[in-house]
Design a protein around this ligand. Structure first.
Ligand SMILES: [Zn+2]
Length: 187
């Protein structure tokens, strides 16, 4: 459970530490707003993506399924700044398939935690592997990180691409090739 009062007090302390006046008009509701925003950003901390994916359905399909260009945003745990972009998922069902909206909700649960992109990619693949028990599953995430764009190396527009795979999409070259062919150029 997220303690919004505690976040609000901490934000007031940051405002004071900046030498600003937390009681001035523009800032007086800021701690509460930030606390509400964090509660939304981190709403996935106590949620389980497997519960959402458990409502997949049986289907005779045994060929590769690709869901591409699923938009997402998450918060980098090193700087508490957003990273965002798109997620591409492929899996080879062994009977169970999942709807695009369920997959998007599972992704949001994992994204709405203090995250790093590599772990998000891996957790998504693991959640799908556990719940659908497919012959293979893979995910590719392409994202821009505000901590790279706004601070530090200041390279807006640069993206990080991560991938993770299990089963045939990890071990079988032909299956991997089909997946990446279907994805086409990743931006
Ligand atoms: Zn960062």
């Amino acid at each position: 459970m997220i303690d919004q009062d505690k976040i609000s007090n901490a934000v007031s302390a940051i405002i004071e530490a900046l030498g600003e006046d937390p009681s001035r008009e523009g800032l007086q509701d800021t701690p509460r707003r930030v606390a509400e925003m964090y509660a939304e950003f981190f709403s996935g901390i106590d949620a389980d993506p497997a519960e959402v994916l458990a409502t997949g359905f049986e289907e005779g399909h045994r060929e590769l399924v690709v869901l591409r260009d699923i938009p997402f945003f998450s918060i980098c745990e090193h700087h508490f700044l957003p990273f965002f972009g798109s997620v591409h998922v492929g899996y080879i069902p062994k009977g169970r398939v999942v709807g695009a909206s369920k997959l998007a909700r599972a992704l949001d649960i994992l994204a709405r935690r203090p995250q790093i992109q590599e772990r998000l990619t891996d957790q998504l693949v693991e959640a799908l592997n556990k719940t659908l028990e497919p012959d293979g599953v893979a995910a590719v995430i392409s994202a821009e990180h505000m901590c790279m764009s706004l601070r530090g190396v200041k390279k807006p527009g640069s993206r990080i691409i991560t991938s993770s795979a299990r089963g045939r999409l990890k071990t079988q070259t032909a299956d991997r090739q089909e997946f990446f062919d279907l994805l086409g150029e990743i931006r």
